[in-house]
Design a protein around this ligand. Sequence first.
Ligand code: GUN
Length: 636
Amino acid sequence: MEILHREGLARVGKFRTAHGWIETPTVMPVINPNLIVIEPQRMKQLGASAIITNAYIIRRSPDLNARATSHGVHSLIGFDGPVMTDSGTFQSHVYGSVEYGNLDMVEFQKSIGSDIGTIRDIFSEPTDSHEKAARAVRETFERVGEVEDTGGMILAGPIQGSVYPDLRARSARLMSGSRAGYLPVGGVVPLLESYRYRDLVSIIMASRLNSDPSKPLHLFGAGHPMFLAMSVLMGIDMFDSASYIKYARDSRFLFPDGTRDLAKMVEFPLWSPIYNRYSIQEFMKLDPESRVREIAWHNLTAIFMEIREIRERIMEQTLWQYVEGKSRSHPALFDAFRWICRHSASTMPFHEISRKSPFHFHDRMSMQQPVARRLLNHAGRIMKSSDEIWILHPDIFSGGDSQDPVLRQVYERTGAQIAFMWNSVPVPLELKDTYPVQQSISSGAASFRIPAAVHNYGNARIITRDELPEILKGEPIRDMDMNQVRAIADFQFDPGIGMRIFDGGSSVRVSRSTGRIRTVSQSGRILATLRPHDGFFTLSMDGARKLIAASGDRFMVTVTGDSAEYNSKGFNVFSKFIISHDPDILAGNETVVCGDDGKPVAVGRAMVSGREMGKYRAGVAVKVNHGSQEASDNGN
Ligand code: GUN
């Protein structure tokens, strides 16, 4: 997979099949080869780029079998784009055992020209014991091993493991290391049908966090638009949907956040393809076949409308906020969202250092977002290690006008750690111009919880407006700008790094018009420039050298000699040339590029997190800002 845009675990990407590229995230409509209600080729109008059908059904029917064997599955279905086939596992789950074996089904899928073919995995039930589910995981893995030659077909190796996160994790690791190039998360239909979204969160998280990110992750049987955004947020790339037709047969209409019965509807929504073509009464009088076809088309529209929204959200990096709002549409979804929040510590390494869009604070739950949790963890560590803490009353500052001169005057007249209340949580004042504080929009729903803030840190006291005149009588004893740049570097890289990169001889240049920090230099050479959009640093080559010396060779990737030569001239680093890297690099953070001799040759922004780096075979891993052989490199 190649990643084009990302937000945490969610990604917009693409991968190649024998019949063309599939852009993700997307949904493959399920086509029943016995009964094609909407021509698959027509579905392209809505954005369907791939479809899924069932090789077992094709194989069992002498007529379909003969046609597929002679002319291929694409001709049988009438679709010239990528076609995935399933193997009959789900049928054996519903109807009992099926007559064809694993290799038999894989060979058949190859012979009919499937782009993505599925092994005969073992479907574990949510009620299965741990022992039984573990056996199924092992057996499913062994079945992938039976396939020696995929003949150009991408092999789908389902992740099973029932409701047990440890088994899902094991299955994901086994499948990631196998010949399977495509990973569907299977055995989840019973959970979806019974709204057990919380279990789904645990399953998806365990699957995603333990699988190879270069292999597309599919959620088998989850085509309702209601659960798509949440699944994508957890890293699902692909879905299949039979719901568009199943619901249509029951006269049910899909909406982005739920389902409605035709009998209870008063109007069609404006976006529906049926809108303005019939009144509800006229629609009810249509013959059943036309009615099912029309509703199925409406349902596909709802699904692809939601997919488009999700893609747009990832591109603007507001998917988390979208899911946060959407989760309120159903209590089970809300519960699942809370469960996602509970996982935010394990997903934090995948989240960008900052986002393109402002941080939205609705209520306390918004603070569970990994970007906020990272700040709060850092703030907590600083506060715990401070001997004396002054917490500014929100009347003085709560994240509004960060250039108010009073802040500097107070700051410079004490040696205490100063914090302010940002959405009810104390945050070091030095981070007032850094994401997410700097770029945030608050509902104001946070109350100022003085007692809690002070209670948490025994050595803290609240500074009120009344105390300012007395404080301001003192003489300055420290420099805010220098402390601020060090504090930002500590947050951006690691505690203690700021002091080591920006040591005694450093000087800070501040914008005359805005009063904001612009650059930090040493001996007339720029080490770092503060990015106006998120308040973090970009480094010069000098700064990059200091960073790796100060951190003991962290925040760096090592690339092949050929790549190093190219990168030193300012060209980007491609994933496939990375030899080793720091796994803790955050996406969007400054990353130093070194040749295989360990010498820094470039510095730039990581396009993926350290957890994913080197795993993708295609795409840019570090967008280079400065190369050591560039004229603009400060003259080094
Ligand atoms: N369709 C829905 N669930 C599954 C599953 O677990 N395995 C396969 N192969 N197909 C499915």
